[in-house]
Ligand binder design. Structure first.
Ligand code: GLN
Length: 305
């Protein structure tokens, strides 16, 4: 009964989204992403019982971008434990994902690990004491293990495209270094960060990769339960940058967005959801992706509240 409802719901949402004229704007500050066709849409759900449901372009790979920050945070906490919080906070920022001003006011300690400055710090923590290649192998390996799928890769062109235009991230990294909050050379940390953001996967792979965050009975147990709760708390409060309050109000689920147009949302104990629509709203979060999650959460009565 419920499984049929999920599929019917996904099909209906996908059909409705296809008719939308206002689809938001694709990220154009990374030239490779500016070329993506905004008419694509995909949504996938994996339940705690291990069933997978998909609709739309769910076999098309897209750029995960900031969604990877959840996986990198999990690895960084695994490496350094609570010491990590000396380098990065855990409060919502109320600013854009790539904001610089707050970092200066707060002496080089980023507000949270999901805004760019904070994610540069967590990447730096994962990189410490080894080569970028090894750190990236761990990050990609973690996502592959979480998804139970080795066919997940870094898109080298997207990484290079961001590297060539990432002046703002370079500014953030140098600012962090100036405050002695980087363990590696800024160029090394940023190279790792850009490559991690360029991980490419489908909504089906991403929904599967999110299983460990819902505490699924099936699938890999990569992170202990108390830490899973905290990762979800961070997603809820900081996962959509300056749009986190609005997202909680509309959808009511912990979630992380990326400028590739993807969103990973978790219904604790019940389901992992991945949606992708490349057009973004003014906060840099997927416009139709948010609408689709709002509909799905409402129709399935999924909420943490
Ligand atoms: N790689 C992107 C950046 O650093 C990630 C931002 C995002 O997805 N919000 O700007």
């Amino acid at each position: 009964m419920i499984p049929n409802r999920i599929q019917t719901c996904l099909d209906q949402i996908t059909k409705d989204m296809a008719t939308r004229a206002d689809r938001g704007v694709v990220a154009d500050y990374i030239p490779e992403l500016a070329q993506i066709d905004p008419h694509q849409f995909a949504i996938s759900v994996v339940t705690a019982e291990g069933q997978t449901y998909c609709a739309g372009d769910c076999q098309v790979g897209f750029s995960a971008q900031s969604i990877t920050k959840v996986f990198t945070l999990a690895i960084a906490l695994g490496r350094s434990g609570d010491q990590l919080w000396q380098r990065v906070g855990r409060e919502p920022s109320g600013t854009a994902f790539n904001s610089i001003v707050q970092l200066e006011n707060e002496n080089g300690r980023p507000r949270n690990p999901f805004m760019n400055a904070g994610a540069i710090v967590t990447t730096d923590e994962v990189l410490a004491g080894r080569e970028p290649k090894q750190a990236l192998a761990e990050i990609v390996g973690f996502v592959q293990a979480a998804a139970g799928d080795n066919d997940i890769h870094i898109n080298e062109s997207v990484a290079r495209s961001e590297q060539a235009h990432g002046h703002r991230n370079f500014a953030l990294a140098h600012f962090l270094a100036d405050h002695s909050n980087l363990k590696n050379a800024p160029e090394m940390t940023l190279g790792t960060y850009f490559h991690q953001c360029a991980i490419e996967l489908t909504t089906q792979q991403l929904a599967r990769a999110g299983r460990f965050l819902m505490g699924a009975k099936h699938g890999p147990r990569l992170v202990a339960k108390p830490r899973v709760r905290r990762l979800n708390a961070m997603m809820m409060t900081c996962g959509h940058y300056d749009g986190s309050g609005e997202f909680a109000f509309r959808v009511g689920l912990p979630a992380k967005s990326g400028v590739g147009g993807g969103i990973l949302a978790i219904v604790p104990g019940v389901a992992s959801i991945a949606v992708w629509s490349p057009g973004l709203d003014h906060n840099g979060n997927s416009k139709l992706g948010t609408e689709a999650l709002e509909r799905l959460a409402h129709e399935m009565d999924w909420s943490v509240f």
